[in-house]
Design a protein around this ligand. Structure first.
Ligand code: 5AD
Ligand code: SF4
Length: 439
């Protein structure tokens, strides 16, 4: 246990983009208190582990990471465990790992500076409040942003899929207010953001009174200087007609949709409590593609859900063939303590799940490569986001979220350029510059 006021900090993020967003906010909070990001992470006075609990032995990984933080001289930095493992494990963490000073859940991290001060006074702190939106009121105004940035608009989940811990670790679905979001988006654009990705565990469940995500996107469309809008992750049941229509009407809304289906068999979808069917999912895609035929579809899949037979798994392969993905994540089912599926009979043998995962990933990779190859020969816009490994190389994103590598002089990060796509691999495209577009 540490008992001096820390001067430097480092934050290690695990898991989803939501955690990246939260990690950035924690960094801003700590900086606003006069602390600075440690140049040498190994010697930071305060280490924040911003954890993820969605799959696999997340808690065990956190304990071994804590063990590794002990310094050669036997001392430890001040340690805060944040994020979803903190929420799920609670004070068990500081009981099992005595060197942990702070346990803070995803809805309480705005109190981090106070907690750090308490620890410096010799106390241990656990705060796992789940009351929703308080933190957004007190977080400092955002000052630093990249050309492509995130904006959390919604948190939590009421869907209770039987395999998932999110409703327990992130709490109920809540939406931030319309006016506050427009203000924050404008501030981000003033700071140089060209692209904003709206984030939420169920981002398309965002509501403020009568307004839904489609309305919010149309309002963001009016912000001068903002060139691109994206959103993730969406649930099929919240894919409203207004949101689908926005894909037709709002030019700034990029043709990309992350819409997980998880499995292709109706019995499994029911056991997962997904509350949509194979067919209703495919019909949503029909509607989206009717207005935006070039949409890049992305998804999440789970193989080896309890009781999944070979034939039921084949339905997952066939929905992938029917839906046609540009990109997708796929996972082996992992029982999460406290979720209904963890105690279901007929857990699938690991070697069966392994084999299914390999077959699914081979199919997804094939589709991803085919999608990328289809863009060869097209002229499209690319937002330059970061330097590449080669001299003079910059890496940006296409409208379909593909990574595009460009070799060109005189361009800067944040530029939006027109490029010809000349080559494609499974993970990225090669572009040649044609002209500089109006940013
Ligand atoms: N096991 C495996 N994958 C899971 N996911 C969520 N919970 C589990 C679990 N228990 C996957 C889902 C979800 C993504 C974020 O993680 O596919 O969409
Ligand atoms: Fe988890 Fe299902 Fe909610 Fe997604 S919709 S966060 S998978 S419970």
């Amino acid at each position: 246990m540490s008992s001096e006021s820390p001067k430097t900090f480092t934050i290690k993020n695990y898991g989803c983009q939501m955690n990246v967003y939260d990690g950035d906010r924690m960094a801003e909070l700590l900086s606003a208190q006069g602390m600075s990001a440690a140049a040498d992470k190994a010697n930071a006075d305060l280490v924040v582990l911003n954890t993820c609990h969605i799959r696999e032995k997340a808690a065990e990984k956190v304990y071994s990471e804590i063990g590794r933080l002990r310094r050669r001289d036997g001392s430890s930095p001040m340690i805060a465990v944040a994020g979803c493992v903190a929420q799920a494990e609670g004070s068990e963490i500081s009981r099992r790992a005595r060197e942990v000073d702070i346990v803070v859940g995803p809805q309480a991290y705005h109190k981090l500076p106070e907690m750090v001060a308490s620890v410096a006074r010799g106390e241990n702190v656990v705060d796992l409040d789940l009351p929703g939106l308080d933190k957004f009121d007190v977080l400092p105004k955002r000052r630093k942003t990249g050309a492509a940035t995130f904006l959390t608009v919604q948190e939590g989940c009421d869907k209770f899929c039987t395999y998932c811990v999110v409703p327990y670790t992130r709490g109920a679905e809540i939406s931030r207010g319309f006016a506050e979001l427009i203000d924050e988006a404008k501030a981000l654009v003033d700071e140089g953001a060209k692209e904003i990705t709206l984030l939420g565990q169920n981002v398309n469940a965002w509501r403020d009174g009568e307004q839904d995500l489609g309305t919010l996107i149309r309002a963001l469309d009016q912000i001068d200087g903002l060139a691109r809008i994206r959103y993730m992750t969406s649930h099929p049941n919240d894919m409203t007609d207004g949101l689908i229509a926005a894909h037709a009407e709002v030019e700034k809304l990029m043709p990309y949709l992350h819409l997980p289906v998880q499995a292709g068999n109706d019995r499994i979808l029911k056991a997962m409590n997904r509350s949509h069917s194979r067919d209703s999912y495919l019909r949503i895609l029909d509607k989206v593609r009717a207005v935006r035929p070039d949409i890049a579809l992305s998804g999440d899949f789970i193989v080896g859900f309890p009781g999944e037979t070979d034939a039921e798994f084949e339905d997952t392969l066939s929905i992938v063939r029917e839906a046609r993905y540009a990109h997708a994540f796929s996972f082996k089912y992992s029982p999460r303590p406290g979720t209904p599926a963890a105690t279901m009979d007929e857990q699938v043998a690991p070697e069966v799940a392994d084999e299914r995962l390999q077959r699914l990933q081979a199919l997804i990779n094939e589709q991803q490569t085919a999608f990328n190859r289809d863009t060869v020969g097209k002229r499209t816009s690319v937002l330059l986001e970061k330097p590449g490994k080669l001299d003079g190389q910059l890496i940006g994103r296409s409208p379909w979220l593909q990574s595009v590598h460009i070799l060109a002089q005189g361009l800067s990060i944040g530029d939006i350029v027109e490029v010809d796509i000349v080559d494609a691999g499974p993970l990225s495209l090669k572009g040649e510059i044609t002209m500089r577009a109006a940013a």
